[in-house]
Design a binder for this molecule. Sequence first.
Ligand SMILES: [Zn+2]
Length: 170
Amino acid sequence: MPKPTYASVTEQACTCSYLRHAAEDPDNPIVFHERTGEFQFTYQQANHEGRSMLVIYHCPFCGGAAPESKRALLFEVVSRSEGERLEEILAPIRTIQDALALLGTPDFDGYAGIRQEEQDGKPSTWRHRRQIRYERLSEVADVWIVESADGRLLWQLQGKYLGKREEGTG
Ligand SMILES: [Zn+2]
């Protein structure tokens, strides 16, 4: 089944095989990514190690929709009721110290770099915020907690990874 995006002008699938042939050509920047089932453009970004990629939603030759991505199946879906259950657990937590006292030792305790681009005449900034993660609060979600600029806590539920990690990548 093809998967056009909300902006697609056609739901018709690509049947011209351009993407498949391009992916088989090692000199072509188009690759097929087995794990997600996506065709992707890969390219080298200046000052970045490794290659970056853009997901291809439509065939560049015929304009048909590219095959459906399996990306959505890579992570658990966090249901509304599970989100509400976790919200209740997290509601009394106001600081990182509260979280540590109530939830115990986190599975990750570190810093997140937050980059703010230059805008409205203010220079770009790069800030570090303490960030912790708990994996055992839920069967389906990892809970990320980060300290915001004014000391308040922000938390985020992230569906757990379903597949096997690829060797050598994080
Ligand atoms: Zn095509």
